[in-house]
Write a protein that binds this ligand. Structure first.
Ligand code: HEM
Length: 138
């Protein structure tokens, strides 16, 4: 009896990562592209945009690499640049609650645009809110 219980536990499928639930690389790339599109075009994100370089390509590439690992997919950012040290890497930008909330607004719009399941969206927003609060520095 015990043996069958163990067998059941061993054969249980591993829980899916958020990266898998989202649909993998294709969806993460789409989210990042829409995130920066909103930042670039929506006046509600203008202070957040103002902290970025004119060309958002590098930011786009790096956010994709970071999110890939953070969501439980391949740790691409770490492989290329080492530990993300997000707080340290944002210190050169004065980030207040205004920019933090604008950043989160862009992500929420991107998640909506990509029709992410509401409970997955809420879960991601909660985790990203904690992360964005950690990079706020003024
Ligand atoms: C959950 C929150 C956030 C995440 C996951 C995130 C992620 C990242 C990553 C991975 C980079 C690249 C770092 C590097 O390699 O140097 C980056 C750069 C940057 N982030 Fe964030 N970030 C967040 C919040 C914010 C907020 C609130 C702001 C406020 C405006 C911000 C502004 C920037 C800027 C200006 C850059 C430089 C981009 C460039 O190369 O032009 N980030 N972010």
């Amino acid at each position: 009896m015990k043996f069958f219980l163990w067998l059941k536990v061993l054969l249980r499928p591993a829980p899916k990562s958020v990266y898998q639930l989202l649909g993998g690389e294709k969806m993460v790339r789409s989210l990042v592209a829409d995130f920066y599109h909103v930042m670039k075009t929506d006046p509600k994100a203008s202070e957040c945009l103002a902290l970025h370089a004119n060309d958002l390509q590098e930011a786009d590439d790096k956010l994709f690499l970071f999110l890939s690992g953070w969501l439980g997919g391949p740790p691409l950012y770490e492989q290329k640049y080492g530990h993300p040290r997000l707080r340290m890497r944002h210190l050169k930008f004065p980030i207040t609650t205004l920019e933090r909330d604008q950043w989160l607004y862009c992500m929420e719009q991107a998640l909506e645009k990509n029709k992410i399941d509401p409970s997955l969206k809420a879960q991601m927003m909660e985790a990203l809110t904690g992360l964005a609060e950690r990079v706020r520095n003024s």
